[in-house]
Design a protein around this ligand. Structure first.
Ligand code: AMP
Length: 602
């Protein structure tokens, strides 16, 4: 039995499984391969295998970051093998992937072994856990010598790798696990391996954000015990769209919560004990940008405490809300707020120039207990128990509405106060992480904007010569609610095969300031996947929010639609590839746009 574990937990077993997955096109067979593999693993290896298969190194929310650069990898390969620059060029052209270069390098073994003259038993086979521990060691390195120490550890690992193992080791490090075993498939495979239903695995994942832990819980029959974890961000609940107040009232036919739609950054605030962290929509930690908010959150206590001095009740909570720039009693334009995300060091000057307000509209965790399964009414009552100590944090005002007229009235009020529109909410709904269901409905006056990702960038002319100022944009052809898939698997899907999930919607070149174009130029250059001279194909990473006059049908783009008079409203630093809009939204806007246009003219 022990022998068996030793074998199944080996890295070579993992890489053979990856190759099998890679060589199978059937989704169902891939799931079978993964689930068979997972069911053979002990707990320790299961955790690591699931992380690596889902293209992760550490679980979401982990403080560890590997950070091994291209140079370190290449130097390591040069130093342990007979690899030369000519080979690198050749293999890179053929495969375009560092993993393949590593495989090639390790196939030139002779020099490797003689150079290091390791004793045979030191070259024993690698286990998944060995790799994970070395990754942890690398992540813990800091200081001036850390790069060379990283290189030594990496070399130590590579030297113990067979060529195929080296290929996957490097793929894991460079986040290039394009084997089609993206998170969505791993989820189904976990369910199949441990005989759980896919929906409960998915729900557990959306709540905890930690797929490796979800695998362990499934194996141990403890999925029900999954809970939110401090400082592990949970997927946000999303809003659906309707186009008029009457439509909303007709759909629900009951009393609803009505809130302003604030135009800012979606922000999840975790406060546990003396620590507080802020997570953006793409679940990255953006605490560095808003230190005053962290300070304000740490001061919050329970209203029942009443004792202002007695900060004994260090209450724990996770809040959901919108962060806006706010000055002189008006919201600041969204672009102002974005400026803060781009600064690495926050000075008092910036804090004063762009003051913020965090408007809290939901709570997911309160006083050591998850409240996502409670109704919105209960969650609002919980919010009312927070004693807020300064103006940086406020609770969103909710009013009750029953008629289209009331909704229209609130809509005007929201616009007058400088906000974007309304979000209407079903009071009985629970918090649905990661879902865009008909529980929250957004209502905006203008045609909705589209969040799209830049896939191609072209050099401009005249004043814009030398800058990458024309952007070809894509949306996703992917429904987040489809059974067997979910939203945050898009990234790995796209890595696997961009053409099957991204659809071009048009080009945009106006709306950005010169400094934003400079930013785009630099960033895009770091994302090149193919250079064609006057234009470059880029890794789909930068998300732009575009407004437009109308949407038209078009044969020119593979989405089947084109944006008329597109204008870039914002670079969405806070959004990632998983947050871009899908084809269904474009189709909906297309179908509804004339109705809206006519209505606003009345
Ligand atoms: P959109 O980004 O256009 O899909 O609109 C949904 C977004 O509106 C959410 O993700 C929030 O960031 C934002 N929002 C602003 N105010 C509210 C609110 N009161 N309730 C929920 N979401 C809101």
């Amino acid at each position: 039995m022990i022998e068996n574990f030793k074998h199944t937990s080996s890295f070579s077993n993992f890489t053979e499984t990856c190759e099998l997955i890679r060589n199978t096109s059937s989704k169902n067979k891939k799931v079978d391969i993964i689930s068979n593999y997972l069911s053979t693993l002990d707990e320790e290896s299961l955790y690591k295998a699931v992380l690596f298969l889902s293209g992760r190194i550490f679980s979401r929310g982990s403080p560890h970051i590997l950070n091994i650069g291209f140079r370190t990898i290449m130097q390591s390969l040069f130093e342990i093998s007979d690899l030369n620059h000519e080979d690198v060029g050749k293999v890179h052209l053929e495969h375009g992937d560092l993993g393949n270069i590593a495989e090639y390098a390790l196939s030139k073994k002779q020099r490797t072994v003689t150079l290091f003259s390791f004793a045979k038993d030191q070259l024993d086979s690698l286990a998944l856990n060995d790799i994970y521990l070395q990754f942890r060691k690398i992540a813990n390195l800091s200081g001036p010598n850390s790069n060379s120490e990283k290189k030594n550890i990496l070399k130590g690992l590579l030297i113990r790798c067979a060529p195929l193992e080296a290929k996957y080791l490097i793929k894991i490090i460079t986040n290039e696990m394009r084997i089609g075993s993206y998170e969505g498939l791993v989820e189904i495979a976990i369910a199949r391996a441990f005989r759980k239903d896919v929906e409960s695995v998915r729900e557990a994942l959306l709540v905890s954000g930690d797929i490796a832990n979800v695998a362990l819980l499934s194996k141990n029959d403890k999925l029900q015990s999954v809970t939110l974890k401090p400082f592990v961000p949970m997927s946000f609940m999303l809003a659906d769209v309707m186009f008029t107040g009457d439509e909303i009232v007709e759909y629900f036919s009951k009393t609803l919560y009505c809130e302003f739609k604030y135009d800012g950054i979606r922000l999840q605030l975790h406060r546990f004990g003396d620590n507080c962290k802020l997570f953006s929509r793409n679940l990255s930690d953006i605490s560095y940008a808003f230190p005053e908010l962290v300070g304000s959150a740490l001061k919050i206590c329970k209203k029942e405490t009443k004792n202002d001095a007695g900060e004994v009740t260090a209450i724990n909570f996770i809040l959901d809300g919108e962060l806006i720039g706010y000055k002189d009693n008006r919201p600041l334009p969204f672009q102002e707020l974005q400026k803060r995300l781009r600064k690495k060091v926050m000075t008092n000057e910036i804090l004063n120039e762009i003051p913020i307000k965090y408007i809290v509209y939901d709570v997911m965790f309160y006083d050591d207990k998850s409240v996502i399964r409670d109704s919105l009414i209960t969650r609002k009552k919980i919010l009312a128990r927070l004693l807020l100590k300064d103006k940086n944090i406020i609770i969103a005002k909710s009013t009750f509405v029953k008629t289209g007229e009331e909704i229209n009235l609130n809509f005007k009020k929201s616009k007058n106060e400088g906000h974007e529109g309304l979000v209407i909410k079903d009071p009985e709904s629970r918090y649905h992480p990661g879902k865009r269901g008909k529980y929250w409905i957004k209502l905006k006056e203008e045609l909705d904007t589209i969040d799209a990702v830049v896939v191609i960038a072209e050099y401009g002319h005249g004043k814009r010569a030398g800058t990458l100022s024309d952007y070809t944009l894509a949306i996703k052809d992917f429904k987040p609610t489809t059974k067997g898939d979910n939203d945050h698997t898009l990234e790995s899907k796209i890595n696997n095969d961009p053409s099957s999930f991204l659809r071009i919607i048009g080009k945009a070149y106006s709306g950005l300031s010169n400094s934003e174009i400079d930013f785009m130029t630099n960033k895009l250059k770091s994302l090149v996947v193919k250079d064609e001279g006057s234009r470059i194909m880029v890794k789909p990473e930068i998300v732009l929010e575009v407004s437009f006059d109308t949407i038209q049908k078009s044969d020119r783009h593979d989405s089947g639609y084109a944006l008329r008079f597109p204008r870039i409203k914002n670079i969405r630093y806070d959004k990632g590839i998983n947050d871009i809009d899908n084809l269904e939204k474009v189709q909906n806007i297309y179908l509804n746009q004339f109705h809206i246009k006519n209505k606003t003219k009345q």
